[in-house]
Design a binder for this molecule. Structure first.
Ligand code: CO
Length: 223
């Protein structure tokens, strides 16, 4: 596909948006006030705005391979701090997806290169939860369960940052949620790990993990 095609598509989109609301781009150029921060996977099949039907200006986005929140990742932490302290988002959405290639690479012990170091965080999770994962009926179910565990772990990581601790301390309304997206049906599922205060963090995290040990395996579609 020639790149010129992308410019043509862009021009059409801009014209369409302008026709719907002549003030749309002008308003956005002056201010962004999104209510949501989306932390999701870089996977091309999981685009934040399209999945949620949100317009430009409505969701602040950070994406990396396997939607990880690592305590020493200055990039992710900067996005988080700006979203919380400056934009004052109300909801932080950690959005994983079933059939995640990064999670599958870890599950299958693939060697992909430099990225293996990034995915090491998921390797640790795999080891920690191996009793639960090995009890799954087959590998695709195990991979999907690890995708779910990964989301819960990243919710826990976000909730344990100094950024969230300070926001909650000053009484700022702010919730962290863990969601997972199905590539095969385009639907987002809530993993019921929403945290709204520092006091809730440990209890909700542990309950979410306990609930997962009882949950039936997720569907096998679209990997
Ligand atoms: Co992925």
């Amino acid at each position: 596909m020639p790149l010129q095609y992308l410019f043509e598509r862009n021009r059409e989109w801009s014209e369409r948006m302008h026709a719907e609301d002549p003030e749309f781009f002008k308003k956005l150029s002056l201010l962004q006030s999104p209510e949501y921060l989306w932390i999701g996977c870089s996977d091309s099949r999981v685009p934040a705005n399209q999945i949620t039907g949100l317009l430009p200006g409505e969701v602040f986005v950070h994406r990396n391979v396997a939607n990880l929140v690592v305590h020493s990742d200055l990039n992710c932490l900067s996005v988080l701090q700006y979203a919380v302290d400056v934009l004052r988002v109300k909801h932080i959405l950690i959005v994983g997806h079933y059939g995640c290639g990064g999670v599958r690479a870890v599950y299958d012990n693939l060697r992909l290169g430099l990225i293996d170091n990034w995915l090491r965080h998921i390797q640790n999770l795999k080891q920690k939860h191996w009793p639960l994962l090995s009890a799954m009926p087959d590998a695709p179910s195990g991979i999907n369960r690890l995708c779910e565990l990964n989301v819960i772990e990243q919710v826990y990581n976000v909730a344990n940052t100094t950024i969230l601790a300070e926001a909650w301390e000053r009484g700022q309304p702010l919730a962290v949620h863990g969601w997972i997206y199905g590539l095969d049906n385009g639907l987002v599922h809530d993993l019921h790990v929403s945290i709204r205060s520092y006091a809730e963090v440990q209890g909700i995290y542990e309950r979410a993990l306990a609930d997962l040990t009882q949950a039936p395996p997720a569907g096998h579609g679209a990997r």
